[in-house]
Design a protein around this ligand. Structure first.
Ligand code: NDP
Ligand code: MG
Length: 406
């Protein structure tokens, strides 16, 4: 994938340029609300034209009152009526659409320049593809879109004027390290992982992990799905696949190191032996803002690194035995075709079943592995093929009796 914006960042001066039309897909979530915090810091630079939610129409109504978008979309159609009631009787005028078509409409409005893709999961794929096909600049947090549909995203970028900028902190770090460098000089990238809350916990106690323990991430405050993915380390597996597509890397060029302090956000090793890293306190507003300001940097009051309290930075190899999800993701990437879509769908359902206290924490990788083994691979799926593989993998994971005996 070529990122047409691989330029050296210049000093960003406050410009009198016209505000850019912004659409936020997943505005009510963790990344969505932090994107609006960045917009509050730079009110003259953005015109919020469209916002979308899944079910949380109460929060969307507050955002509509504050940011006055022309259009919103509610993912769950049955929640649209509740939004109208939240806004009545004297609420601002706003066009309300629903479902995937509504999200696609919000992503493709002619007056939108930049789209923040912050929906969680497979639900983000179609709207992100639509935005790229409409020639939008897409700041992408929704890694599942690349995991499932990397080939289609690549195709959309090659065919049109769309542009992709990473938001995920590791990929933003790599993007920042690569600024001013030719891509062919990259020897490998090192994705750092916090290790999540259970890095030091003995694997034989994983069956007893509670939902609240798994939701208690040591360094980052995020939505529930990615927080569980961080605890199983599937998040890092998805990020390996995300990195492959964003930076056009071979599988063996992507390494993962556990770095419990989450200060080094990732590194790039070049073929002359030099290694560049990007550091900072763990705060998603920094990569969110960089995706929106690139190639400039805008002065902002985000928390600074306190070097005096930073006594050490540790790096360790991940433990594949204890955290099989990372291995499963590498295997799905190697297998290609529908395998990453199946991995992703099985994981989305298994995580939800864990959150619903229907299966145990250790069952998540078991479920993903069982579904990957059982579902036949399709090598060059179309969008419809991916949608079918996703649906089939979801059904299988929902029906799966756990623990699995292969
Ligand atoms: P959240 O769960 O906090 O937010 C998800 C957003 O997507 C919400 O607005 C939610 O709506 C909406 N949504 C969920 N399902 C649907 C659906 N079926 N149709 C339409 N909208 C839907 O997630 P995060 O903000 O944590 O994560 C968003 C993405 O960014 C994920 O892909 C994640 O991996 C990635 N990411 C997140 C980071 C973080 O710090 N949070 C860091 C790096 C990447 P509602 O709440 O109204 O139902
Ligand atoms: Mg990340």
């Amino acid at each position: 994938m070529t990122m047409s914006t691989m330029q050296t960042p210049q000093n960003g001066q406050a410009s009198a340029a016209a505000p850019r039309g912004l659409s936020i897909l997943g505005a009510t979530g963790s990344v969505g609300t932090q994107t609006l915090e960045v917009v509050r810091l730079f009110p003259d630079r953005f015109d919020v034209r469209a916002l979308t939610c899944g079910r949380n129409v109460e929060r969307l109504a507050e955002q509509i009152r504050e940011f006055r978008p022309a259009q919103v979309a509610v993912g769950a159609p049955e929640r649209a009526e509740a939004l109208k009631q939240e806004l009545s009787p004297d609420g601002p005028e706003v066009q309300i659409q629903t479902g995937t078509d509504g999200l696609c409409a919000a992503a493709t409005r002619p007056d939108v320049d930049v789209v923040m893709g912050a929906v969680v999961g497979f639900a983000g794929l179609r709207p992100v593809l639509a935005a790229l096909q409409a020639g939008k600049q897409v700041a992408l947090a929704n890694k599942e879109t690349l995991v499932v549909g990397g080939t289609l995203v690549d195709q959309a970028l090659a065919d049109g004027d769309g542009e992709l900028l990473p938001v995920d902190s590791e990929h933003s770090a790599i993007f920042q390290c690569m600024a001013g460098e030719a891509e062919r000089r990259v020897e490998e990238v090192v994705l750092t992982a916090s290790g999540g809350p259970f890095w030091d916990r003995p694997a034989d106690s994983f069956a007893d992990v509670t939902v609240s323990e798994a939701l208690d991430h040591p360094n980052w405050s995020m939505g529930p799905k990615i927080t569980i993915d961080s605890a199983t380390m599937m998040n890092k597996g998805l990020e390996v696949i995300e990195a492959k597509w964003l930076f056009d890397l071979a599988v063996d060029q992507i390494e993962v190191l556990v770095h419990p302090q989450s200060i080094v956000h990732s590194m790039v090793a070049f073929d002359d032996g030099a290694v560049k890293a990007q550091l900072g306190v763990p705060d998603m507003k920094v990569p969110i803002q960089y995706a929106l300001s690139h190639p400039a940097r805008w002065p902002a009051p985000h928390e600074r690194l306190d070097w005096s309290s930073l006594s050490r930075l540790d790096f360790q190899r991940p433990d594949d035995e204890k955290f099989p999800c990372l291995r499963l993701a590498y295997e799905a990437l190697e297998a290609g075709g529908t395998a990453p879509a199946v991995l992703n769908a099985a994981n989305e359902v298994a995580v939800q079943r864990f959150l619903d206290e229907d299966i145990g924490f250790a069952d998540i990788p078991r479920a993903v592995e069982a579904v990957l083994e059982r579902q036949p691979l399709q090598s060059e799926p179309s969008l419809e093929g991916l949608v079918r593989a996703d649906a089939r993998a979801r059904e299988r994971t929902e029906e799966l009796a756990l623990p699995v005996r292969n």
